[in-house]
Design a protein around this ligand. Sequence first.
Ligand SMILES: C[S@@+](CC[C@H](N)C(=O)[O-])C[C@H]1O[C@@H](n2cnc3c(N)ncnc32)[C@H](O)[C@@H]1O
Length: 262
Amino acid sequence: MMGVMNAIQILVMPSIVTTVKQIGKSGRKVKVVENNPVLDTVVLGNCLDVMANMADNSVDLVVTDPPFGIVNRESQGLRNLDKGSADVVTVDINQWLPEVLRVLGDGSFYSFCGLNQISEIYNTLVDNGMAVRFGAWKKTNPSPMNGDKIWLFGLQPIIYGKTRGATFNEHCSTLLFESKVVRGVPHPTPKSVEIVTKLILTSTNEGDIVFDPFMGSGTTALAALSCGRRFYGCDINEDYITLTNERINKVRSWPPQLEMEL
Ligand SMILES: C[S@@+](CC[C@H](N)C(=O)[O-])C[C@H]1O[C@@H](n2cnc3c(N)ncnc32)[C@H](O)[C@@H]1O
């Protein structure tokens, strides 16, 4: 019992993430973890405060999914979905993205995003010297809401940027995915563990560190765990940190594919 309690405790005070770079056997630059008690945990907090405690160039990959700020909105008399606080913008892109790119340094960045966020994220990635591509998740079972009045919202944009030296383990592939909307996870906007796992496998190697500043239900953490990567992340909502810890603990105590099927 005590062990379980310890495992699902919520870390509120993040410690400093310290890494150094060295040249690996292959000649590739690798980020090496030093003195880092917070890896493979999620912490409760505003991502700006959490990142303020992280060193430059301390993670290999960012996979994230900020609040879009458009889903809850009413438009032209159409019924609107209610995503609650998960859709409320608490920090602007021009506040969190430069910080994300600072802690990333050399590496890759993916973000699910709203249509309203694409240009600002694109411009910031390009201004930071990244090569950028767009992708999308085609939802095979989109919400039928307003289906008799307008086209369904079946495409979720994904934006990707990479620095010159970042890992890329794919060949001639597009950033396009088809999968179902995730149901049965008590969070309003969970993403697909399978899609995020694919992104992680493409842009990291075993043992690399994946960071998500808007962790939600813990999709990025689960995906990282399932393929032998380290992770770190945060969410501003305590319920979602508890949910992430519960999902992580199931994966740690059961074969990962059981969780992947949920
Ligand atoms: C779109 S959801 C992420 C969903 C996640 N990708 C998943 O698969 O469950 C955005 C999350 O960001 C969190 N959030 C909002 N503002 C935040 C902030 N300033 N710092 C950290 N997390 C924040 C919300 O609580 C919400 O869970």
